[in-house]
Write a new protein. Structure first.
Length: 322
């Protein structure tokens, strides 16, 4: 990955090379960043959840074909229009991190829950990078069965999940959730009825698997060790779920169910389920700091889930860009 040396009006880190000036440079509170395919650029979400707008596209000096932003909104993996891969540092603007460990291209990227590691998928292989965002180093390199919905386009799809230390990769395979490790071959973590949804909790090795084929949601404590299973619910909505994620504190699980236009929040300790209806078809649960993004940018609003601020999950929207 080639670094850039164009001037910019901010400094992010000594390892980051500034890109060219930003007409949409960020000021004030920022919820996070989102990729806008029509603008081929990242846009900031300005304000606070429930009172926010999409800001002007940030100028990275090149057009983006896809981008995946880290959960803490401090970095992004980006593919430009030629297919070349870039690691960007985000703050009041954009700077490129020198990344000799980065592969030249990738078809999809999946960050760990805290964004300290990333899995880069390309043509049946996954390259792990750790030490993000400022000091990326190569981790394990796996050959994998094609993950469900991890197609070219950078989608942070539920086909893969990565632990924060970059040591463990969960892959959604036909009829099972498979676990891969740097120091050992793949093993079947859980047998399922179809392609499952998989997720890791932040800061450890607890994982969750939603089995749409059987309508069962399972938490696995310490996949690297005891692998103690806890079955939470057998719920019809799981059969139509499209995304699964832990809350930041690991106390809840969320399921996005577009067919029912809703998001379910499940308390892991008690198994209590609460549902929030959405005037949308939520197909994502992409972490953006303390909220989760439910859809991509487009003609309609961008929907966010504030699942930790209150006892009831709260949905808010960001108006579509003019």
């Amino acid at each position: 990955m080639n670094s850039r040396t164009l001037p910019v009006a901010f400094l992010l880190a000594v390892s980051a090379v500034p890109l060219c000036g930003q007409p949409g440079q960020v000021g004030g509170p920022v919820v996070g960043f989102v990729f806008d395919g029509s603008a081929a650029a990242l846009r900031p979400i300005l304000g606070i959840p429930g009172a926010s707008t999409l800001g002007a596209p940030l100028d990275a000096g090149f057009g983006m074909s896809w981008a995946v932003v880290a959960p803490r909104q401090d970095s992004a993996i980006v593919s430009d229009s030629s297919g070349a891969l870039h690691l960007l540092r985000l703050g009041s603007g954009i700077a490129e991190v020198r990344c000799s460990a980065c592969p030249a291209t990738a078809g999809a990227a999946v960050f760990s829950p805290s964004g300290t590691a990333v899995a880069l998928y390309e043509a049946g292989r996954v390259q792990i990078l750790t030490g993000l965002p400022d000091a990326p180093v190569p981790g394990a390199n796996f050959e994998v069965v094609r993950p469900s919905r991890a197609a070219r386009g950078g989608a942070p799809a539920p086909g893969m999940a990565l632990s924060d230390d970059g040591a463990w990769l969960l892959v959604s395979a036909p009829g099972s959730a498979d676990l891969l490790a740097a120091n050992g071959g793949p093993r079947q973590l859980l047998r399922t009825g179809a392609y499952p949804l998989v997720a890791f909790a932040a800061g450890g090795h607890d994982a969750a698997v939603a089995d749409p084929g059987r309508g069962v949601l399972t938490v696995i404590r310490d996949v690297a060790g005891a692998s103690v299973e806890q079955s939470l619910i057998a719920l019809g909505g799981i059969r139509h779920a499209r995304a699964l994620a832990f809350s930041g504190d690991g106390a809840r699980l969320f399921l996005a169910i577009p067919a029912e236009q809703s998001v379910s929040a499940i308390e892991i300790a008690s198994g209590t389920v609460k549902t929030a209806a959405c005037d949308c078809s939520p197909a994502l649960l992409t972490a953006m700091g303390k909220v989760l993004r439910l859809n991509e940018t487009g003609a309609g609003p961008l929907w966010l889930l504030d699942g930790e601020a209150a006892a009831e999950p709260r949905l808010v929207f960001v108006p579509a860009a003019q």
